[in-house]
Design a protein around this ligand. Structure first.
Ligand SMILES: [Zn+2]
Ligand SMILES: [Zn+2]
Length: 336
């Protein structure tokens, strides 16, 4: 069976061989026996990659058996981190969202900070070294300058993240001025969310050229753009993002779909949203993207079940159907 080798979110290589899950990849695995979900957790960005549907129940059972023999390293009422041999298992204990989301996104924010420090620290150290050398040469007149270096490195990092191009299927074209938009993370800051049918999310883009609202992204493109734009804004717009507050906002709104609708109703650009509401939106979009992916996998499974039940009568029909299913693009996961 097919399983991805790289993280769908950051493209980093996923380590490990999946251990008892039989996935063939993953060193940290998360599973939810209640919802029959299984993920490989990326060590670089801490995001959860949903495993394909094939035999997922058997794989989850195998994981649960191994986890029962492991050592519980940390646990809340909702999630337990279990060490077994050289694997980590994250067991979702109860389908309650608040604490689960808090834990999961707390990990993500920590990973984001680590990623940032990996850039900011070496640049700062190198720049301070240079400044000291220059200072000594110049006779000690640059003392104040050194204190600005960490902030400078931070600024540079934010710029780099903001310049990352957004992964969309086709670059959108501005309806007003006809420009092909080379969308970058920082452009998304000026976009705003609009609600779609069935609770899905769309994004109205402000054209960097004519500054009018001239293009719209939907589906996976909207998810990708939102994720990247919100990651950039978390750096660029100062303000503490407390995971508990954001999780409570999602819960208070009545769930991810309602939160997206609430944000859409406000008609604010992403950069004008309060920090914790931005994080809440990020959580809601993730949930939404995951559910969409699950639905797609269920549909495929249903189609295969139809074939097995002999609803396609002739051999030609059957072969055509199989060919069509095989032609589906691999790695059908959101990329960012
Ligand atoms: Zn990753
Ligand atoms: Zn335009």
């Amino acid at each position: 069976m097919f399983m991805y080798r790289t993280c769908a979110f950051c493209n980093g290589k996923l380590p490990g061989d999946g251990g008892p899950s039989g996935l063939g990849v993953g060193q940290r695995l998360a599973f939810d026996e209640w919802k029959a979900r299984l993920w490989v957790v990326c060590p670089k960005c801490s995001r959860w990659n949903l495993a394909p549907l094939d035999d997922r129940l058997e794989k989850i059972e195998a994981l649960a058996r191994a986890a029962a023999r492991g050592r519980v390293a940390a646990a809340t009422e909702q999630v337990a981190l279990i060490r077994w041999q050289h694997y980590d298992f994250v067991r979702v204990e109860k389908p309650r969202r608040l604490e689960f989301a808090t834990w999961r996104y707390g990990e993500r924010l920590k990973a984001r900070r680590r990623e940032q420090l990996k850039f900011v620290l070496p640049v700062t150290v190198a720049a301070v070294g240079l400044a000291v050398a220059v200072n000594v040469t110049a006779g000690g007149s640059f003392g104040v300058f050194v204190w600005n270096i960490p902030r400078g490195a931070q600024w540079l990092y934010t710029r780099i993240v903001g310049r990352r191009s957004v992964g969309v299927a086709e670059p959108p074209i501005c309806e007003r001025c006809g420009t092909v938009l080379q969308l970058r993370a920082r452009h998304v800051a000026y976009a705003r969310v609009v609600g779609q049918a069935q609770g899905d999310v769309a994004l109205i883009l402000s054209c960097p050229n004519c500054h009018a609202e001239g293009a719209m992204l939907v589906g996976r493109d909207a998810h990708n753009a939102l994720r990247q734009g919100l990651t950039y804004l978390a750096l660029a717009r100062a303000g503490r993002q407390r995971v508990e507050d954001a999780a409570r906002l999602v819960e208070g709104a009545g769930g991810p779909d309602q939160l997206i609708r609430d944000v859409a109703r406000r008609e604010l650009t992403l950069r004008s949203l309060a920090p914790e509401r931005r994080l809440a939106l990020e959580m809601a979009v993730d949930e939404r993207a995951e559910v969409t992916e699950l639905e797609r996998q269920w549909r495929d499974a249903e189609e295969l079940a139809d074939i097995a039940d002999g609803q396609l009568s002739t051999t030609t029909e059957l072969e055509e159907e199989l060919r069509r299913l095989k032609k589906r693009p691999e790695g059908d996961q959101p990329s960012s």
